[in-house]
Design a protein around this ligand. Structure first.
Ligand code: E4P
Length: 218
């Protein structure tokens, strides 16, 4: 399973990259705003800065909601860097734009997916990635992981190439469960990725090894 980090914070992206397990980055307009990135030139520069830190795909979301606007914005984003993936909302216009870009070999990520039907449509439109938001479904008493399972079944039935990018991951067990179910990618915060490292028996075991070594080498 690929690991993407879901942030526009350059320090966190650098920290995840340094760990050696990072495969890409996802951003969205809220995450960009959280870092105080505003104004077209600053936004575009920030995407390039992210691409220069990581080696994998970097999702950059369009703001336009109409087809022509999405095409114009998406083309501008994809020309920024060959790691850019054009992120499009799961709307009628977004699906049309997804088909336009996939026909031209531009990578796409269809975002804000909350049902199996939406994921089926994204695959039909040739999306590179589909982003079901599992945490936001959990927030409204709906099983986000069950959606990943449904999409996995549908994509496997027909051999769709679209990669299931489990998004809105909130904690470490989301990552583990996404891996068990067969999500192709997960995107989550640095804290959830670092949580995978932790086990008290590892800490206790290491302390014992070091203590025994020190005793033997006094
Ligand atoms: C996905 O691409 C989104 O950026 C993200 O995962 C949304 O997560 P949230 O629900 O924690 O805001």
């Amino acid at each position: 399973m690929k690991f993407f980090i879901d942030t526009a914070n350059l320090d966190q992206i650098k920290e995840a990259q340094a760990l050696g397990v990072l495969d890409g980055v996802t951003t969205n307009p809220s995450l960009m705003a959280k870092e105080g990135i505003s104004g077209k030139n600053n936004v575009l520069k920030h995407y390039v800065d992210i691409c220069n830190i990581v080696t994998g795909d970097v999702s950059a979301e369009v703001i336009a909601t109409d087809y022509d606007g999405m095409i114009k914005e998406g083309e501008e984003l994809s020309e920024l860097h060959d790691q850019i993936v054009v992120k499009l909302p799961m709307t009628k216009e977004g699906i049309k734009a997804c088909k336009y870009f996939s026909d031209r070999g531009v990578k796409t990520n269809v975002t804000l997916v909350f049902s199996a039907g939406q994921a089926l449509l994204a695959a039909k439109a040739g999306a590179t990635y589909v982003s079901p938001f599992i945490g936001r479904l959990d927030d409204v008493s709906t099983d986000g992981l069950a959606l990943i399972e449904e999409i996995r079944d549908i994509y496997d039935n027909y051999g769709y190439d679209t990669q299931i990018l489990a998004a809105s991951v909130r904690h470490t067990m989301h990552i583990v469960n996404c891996a068990k179910i067969g999500a192709d990618v997960m995107t989550g915060p640095l804290s959830a990725i670092l949580g995978l490292l932790k086990h008290p028996l590892t800490d206790i075991g290491l302390a014992q090894f070091l203590a025994d070594h020190a005793k033997a080498n006094q």
